[in-house]
Design a protein around this ligand. Structure first.
Ligand code: HEM
Length: 407
């Protein structure tokens, strides 16, 4: 049985203009039809989507499901657009068992070697340069002019890329995560740039993630290292900048934070955590396939059908344990199980430092635009713009000692 054999009326679409403008409405429709419901993820391509926290936890821990997309019938038949296959059938997150363990160990160890104090310094330096560039103007789009650049610049730096490489790979990564029509071309160009970077690091290693991956005892070959770098770039840059942008928007517009904002580290951490539930940056991912015919929370899952977790919907699940508790950490924004995000500490360090630095330097920030519309693609949940105003005439250069100061 596939979607065509079910009684569910036209299932919600996880693509197109309506979805990118109001993803929350589509996630709510899926939740109403859930906890496991059909969605159209590309024209004529259907998947089951899990929206309840309990069902998602169950799926993420169930060995009867594989991450290997070899069983995806529509993919084997060449029906899945390459743009979607890149995000939903490729990369580290779609390997299983011993193969995944070996690659994951190399990724974990390399990410663990990162000096997070150094990361804080890099974020502050990049943040100062960006704020200096728009600070005289009195207005800015904190997505394109700040969050995107600080996330990409810092990640590229820890991976060992030059700033020139960063601009290149950032453009490709954005196209891939948006499942844009030219994603396949971008993926080929990204692979070419990464091939050159890996060859250069083989010849001259440095203190960076690329060199640590190359030197890891798991003995990854160059192609394997290139694929792990692509996974980190694509899965790392967009969610981190989405987290920065969405948290800033929440801090500036949500009455819960009104009057409490500027500079309070506790407030910022609370808003960052709330964002992971309310506007989860990775919206729909963690694609599984049943190894055998299965029933998941009363819904028949035919082998060969993709089953996604809507992290955006599970974050809002009212029955989630801890959902209404302050400092709740029960959300699945980082996923769970063998494929949980390996970069939580890194992403948190980048996002927290970036948010602290900009609210400290631009202490009179306001965000006059009430609603934010999203960036395209089913994978991400990211404000398209975070427009802000501030008084330009009282601005001076943020100090270089990392303790951005009110002027
Ligand atoms: C706010 C920031 C981030 C969020 C919310 C986030 C969330 C996630 C989620 C939900 C997954 C599971 C995806 C799946 O199974 O399909 C994941 C996996 C992954 N993330 Fe992150 N991530 C973030 C930042 C980063 C960064 C900065 C990096 C890179 C250094 C990164 C690298 C990865 C990798 C390589 C995987 C695949 C892990 C595996 O399959 O074993 N992420 N992330």
């Amino acid at each position: 049985m596939t979607y065509a054999h079910t009684q569910q009326a036209a299932p919600p679409r996880l693509f197109g203009e309506a979805f990118s403008e109001s993803p929350a409405i589509v996630h709510a429709q899926l939740s109403d039809a859930g906890p496991v419901a059909w969605a159209e993820i590309a024209p004529g391509i259907y998947a089951l989507v899990v929206t309840s926290h309990t069902a998602a936890r169950e799926l993420l821990a169930d060995p009867d499901f594989t991450r290997n997309p070899g069983a995806w019938e529509a993919l084997a038949q060449g029906m899945v657009p390459p743009s979607l296959a890149l995000m939903y059938a490729g990369g580290l997150q779609h390997t299983d068992g011993a193969e995944h363990e070996r690659l994951r160990q190399a990724v974990d160890d390399s990410l663990h070697s990162i000096d997070l104090h150094g990361v804080r310094r890099t974020v502050r330096r990049l943040a100062r340069e960006l704020i200096d560039a728009f600070g005289h103007r009195g207005h800015a789009d904190l997505m394109a002019e700040y969050a995107d650049r600080v996330a990409l610049g810092t990640l590229a730096d820890v991976l060992g890329f030059t700033p020139g490489d960063a601009d290149h790979v950032g453009r490709f990564a954005r196209t891939i995560i948006a499942a844009a029509p030219d994603a396949a071309a971008s993926s080929a160009e990204l692979a070419q740039v990464l091939r050159e970077i890996v060859a250069a690091k083989r010849a001259r290693p440095g203190a960076d993630v690329t060199s640590w991956l190359l030197a890891h005892p798991a003995r990854l070959d160059d192609a394997e290292v290139e694929r792990q770098l692509a996974a980190m770039l694509v899965l790392g840059t967009a969610p981190t900048s989405a987290w920065i942008g969405a948290t800033l928007h929440l801090l500036l517009t949500d009455p819960v934070y009104a009057g409490e904002l500027v500079g309070g580290a506790v407030t910022i951490r609370q808003a960052m955590n709330d964002t992971l539930s309310l506007r989860c940056p990775v919206a729909n991912s963690s694609v599984h396939y049943a190894r055998y015919p299965k029933v998941l929370h009363g819904v028949y899952v035919p082998p060969g059908t993709p089953v996604l977790v809507s992290h955006a919907a599970t974050g809002l699940d009212p029955s989630r344990p801890g959902r209404h508790v302050p400092r709740d950490r029960s959300h699945l924004a980082w996923s769970a199980g063998a494929h949980r995000c390996p970069a939580q500490r890194l992403a948190t360090t980048i996002a927290e430092t970036a948010i602290e630095t900009v609210v400290d330097a631009l202490w009179d920030l306001t965000a006059p635009v009430p609603a934010i519309s999203g960036r395209p693609g089913p994978f991400q949940q990211c404000p398209a713009h975070v427009g802000v105003l501030f008084a330009p005439e009282i601005r001076r250069k943020a100090p270089d000692d990392g303790t951005a100061r009110r002027l």
